[in-house]
Each structure stands twice: as structure tokens, then as C-alpha cells.
Design a protein around this ligand. Structure first.
Ligand code: SF4
Length: 427
């Protein structure tokens, strides 16, 4: 495959002057084609934009359909693939599979700017806390740079996928007078699958495993039968689209509002990658979910075989001893404090951190109030899911109470406040 450096001079298109006649032309074009005639749409697009048309493909679950049409029109049309560095290995294999199967000769791989990665995502975990920014540096920036010179580009979007795409036409004129072409606009889910079968197209290797819409590995999950295929993308996050500009059609997710950032960690409120366990969740396939201890114990083998990051939810009454040897499996342990007066969570946290040496994130959930946080911190809890507004304000202002003396020591260094005054210590 070519590299991004090879693309700058390839397209002929340079300037895009607004032209009202083009608007009329677009309306006429949309009236000319049958709903299902994707190949004819592509041929027409190539004719009106000679050497000025690019294809963008995610090489995901449905990509073979559009690329099969491209191959019927011109195997040398430039096909851009965003290699975010976060794809499933199966997707990278699938790029080669489709290239060979369809005879495509001009697949161009776009990669993020290494300087952006070094600056904004040095640990490769930006997707966890700030997926919009992660998509921006890994997708939007490289694609914008590559598409700048083209007069038009082809997407695989379809009307059925989202409410916002429900009126998607074959041809769209963008605000900067470029043309977006959507040959599959009218295809339904059933028609896409029928097309794949009819033409014997290779499936993405993960499709049969329940991945119906496939993006980057950390942000893609299996979907259940009957579930919206895109429900598996950024599951549990306030995010529906990756943000690349050809999807700016009223559908892009807005950045999360400050009040939606509920996890206080490392001195700031951040987006929480974890979601709350809900009745009906499958312990074998959930991800970024705190699985209750009782559910874990009843489904231990399934959880241990679950390939995704998961957490453990410890509530009052749970025996931490029962999960001791499996603690290392969990990326996060959430200690549930159901009420201000229930102190059992402090003991659980201390056992997990001090006795069992758990090194992952320990967070407090439930009734997390400002006065408790210093005490929680002494027990090894360093992350807090905060819903109480005054507590939020206190954390933002750095105005928490401190613990000056104590009865019960924690860790190995504290000495209790007791009957022997000479043993009293301040923290
Ligand atoms: S889909 Fe996820 S991993 Fe991929 S660029 Fe977006 S946030 Fe990052």
C-alpha cells in the first residue's frame, strides 16, 4: 500500500468556488438514479469528477459492498484507509483480503502525525478519557489533509443507519461546494447482506463473532441480536460518530458537557470509560462495566474468558476474600457506598489495596460526599464518581477537609489515636 506522503499531488482538484449551478446539478443528479443503482451513481461521480474523486473506507463489516462497486467502475480509484493504530489485527488482514479479492490497485493508508501522538497520546490511552480528541488526531486530521485537494469523495453511509442519515441522498453538495457521493444511501441492512452473499464477498473476520459495525478495537463491542449494529461503537459513551468530516451531517456527537464528566481522578473531572452494570448484561461480553461480585462469582469462567476490559463492583455484604485471587483480572474495582452512614466500603477498600496488593484503579461509587473523600483516600481509593453537586464544587475548588487525627490506622505508617497520648500522630 502507498503511504500518506504519496497522496498530496495525486488529485487535480485545487479550489472550490461556490457555484449555485452546481446545486441545481446535484438536484438533477439525484433525480436520475434508481434507489439501488449504486454502480451507476459511482460511474456518474467518476464522470463529473475525473481524477478528482476519492473513496474513503473503514474496511469494516459492510465495506466490501462499496469496494465491490468501486472495482466494477475502476480498480485504480484511490481508496483511503485510516490506519489509526488502534484497529483489530483482523481489520488489517481484511484490507489485504479485499485488495486481493477485488483487484484494487490504489489503496492508500493514512496514519496519524507521530508528533500529535507523542504530544497528545504518549501512552496510547487517550481513547479512554477523551475519545473525541483521540478520533481527531487519529482520524480527522489525517483525512482532512488527504481530502483537501479532492472535489468529491465517496462514503459508505446508508439511510437506515441513523436517524440523521434518514434523508441521505446519492449526491450531496457540501458547504464548500464539494460533492459527497453515497452510492449505498438507499441500501437496507438486509440488502447489504444479500449483496455480500450474491457476489460471494469475503466477510470481515469479526462479523461472524457478533461485531456488526467495526471500528477501532478499544471502541468496538459485539452487539446483541436485534440491537442496533452501531450500538457496539463507543458503547456507554456519549459518542456516536468518529468525527471525520464526511460524517458532519448533523450526526456528529458533541464534545461531552462539563457536567457529564463525573469521574474525579488525578485532580480533574474526566469522561468515565466505565458504565454501570444493568440487568440483562452478559458477563461474557460486557466491556468497561463493573460486574457485581455476586454476578462474577456465579459466572467466574465466563468473566475470566471475556476478552474486554471489565471492572468489579464491591457492595456492602460482599466477601472480598472470595475474589482475592481474581482481582488482577479487573481494570478497576468500584467500592459501593450506598449511604453516608455505611462504612463497610472503607474496610473492603483497605483489604483490596493493603492486604491483597491490588494495583489497579480503586474508585468510590454511590453516595460519595465531600466529607468522606479524605477518609476514602486514606483507604487507597483514588477515583470518585461524583453526583452530589456541592461535592463536585468542592473538588473543583480543591476545598476538601483534611484528616488531622485518626482512631483507626491505615497502611503501615499510621499509629492510632488511642489511650496512649504519646502514640497520637497527625496525618
Ligand atoms: S475510535 Fe476509539 S481508538 Fe479509534 S480513534 Fe476514535 S477514540 Fe481513538
Amino acid at each position: 500500500m502507498a503511504t500518506v506522503s504519496a497522496v498530496a499531488s495525486s488529485p487535480l482538484h485545487s479550489a472550490h468556488k461556490p457555484d449555485p449551478l452546481r446545486q441545481l446539478g446535484i438536484m438533477s443528479l439525484n433525480g436520475m438514479f434508481d434507489e439501488m443503482d449504486g454502480v451507476a451513481v459511482l460511474k456518474q461521480a467518476k464522470e463529473i469528477l475525473p481524477d478528482d474523486l476519492a473513496i474513503v473506507s473503514s474496511f469494516g463489516a459492510d465495506s466490501a459492498v462499496l469496494l465491490h462497486m468501486v472495482a466494477q467502475v475502476d480498480v485504480a480509484l484511490p481508496v483511503y484507509f485510516l490506519e489509526t493504530g488502534k484497529h483489530f489485527a483482523e481489520t488489517l488482514t481484511y484490507v489485504e483480503t479485499l485488495k486481493q479479492h477485488l483487484g484494487l490497485t490504489n489503496i492508500i493508508t493514512l496514519v496519524p502525525d507521530p508528533k500529535d501522538l507523542a504530544r497528545f497520546d504518549p501512552n496510547g490511552d487517550l481513547w479512554e478519557n477523551d475519545p473525541d480528541s483521540c478520533c481527531h488526531i487519529r482520524k480527522t486530521e489525517p483525512l482532512d489533509a488527504a481530502m483537501e485537494g479532492y472535489g468529491g469523495w465517496v462514503t459508505g453511509r446508508k439511510r437506515y443507519q441513523t436517524k440523521e442519515r434518514g434523508v441521505l441522498p446519492h449526491f450531496e453538495l457540501t458547504s464548500d461546494d464539494r460533492i459527497k457521493v453515497n452510492p449505498l444511501a438507499y441500501f437496507s441492512d438486509v440488502e447489504v447482506n444479500a449483496y455480500k452473499l450474491k457476489h460471494g464477498l469475503p466477510e470481515h473476520p469479526l462479523f461472524a463473532k457478533g461485531y456488526k459495525s467495526i471500528g477501532c478495537a478499544p471502541c468496538t463491542t459485539i452487539v446483541a441480536e436485534g440491537e442496533d449494529p452501531r450500538a457496539g461503537r463507543w458503547r456507554g459513551l456519549n459518542k456516536k460518530e468518529c468525527g471525520i468530516h464526511f460524517d458532519f451531517n448533523g450526526a456528529i456527537a458533541k464534545p461531552m458537557a462539563a457536567e457529564d464528566l463525573t469521574l474525579f481522578k488525578d485532580g480533574a473531572f474526566i469522561a468515565d470509560p466505565f458504565r454501570v452494570w444493568t440487568e440483562g448484561d452478559d458477563p461474557a461480553s460486557v466491556r468497561y462495566t463493573h460486574i457485581p461480585v455476586t454476578v462474577f462469582l456465579a459466572n467466574r469462567d465466563a468473566v475470566l474468558a471475556n476478552p474486554h476490559p471489565v471492572g468489579l463492583l464491591v457492595s456492602p455484604g460482599d466477601r472480598v476474600e472470595d475474589v482475592e485471587k481474581d482481582l488482577g483480572r479487573f481494570a478497576s474495582v468500584a467500592i459501593n457506598f450506598p449511604g453516608f452512614t455505611d462504612g463497610r466500603g472503607y474496610s473492603s477498600a483497605r483489604m483490596i489495596v493493603e492486604r491483597y496488593g491490588y494495583k489497579g484503579e480503586v474508585r468510590a461509587v454511590g453516595d460519595v460526599l465531600a466529607d468522606q473523600i479524605p477518609l476514602m483516600r486514606r483507604c487507597g481509593i483514588e477515583a470518585f464518581v461524583v453526583k452530589h453537586e456541592p461535592t463536585r464544587k468542592a473538588l473543583e475548588a480543591g476545598a476538601l477537609a483534611t484528616v488531622d487525627v485518626f482512631y483507626q490506622p491505615v497502611g503501615k505508617t499510621e499509629v492510632p489515636l488511642g489511650t496512649r497520648p504519646f502514640l497520637r500522630r497527625a496525618v
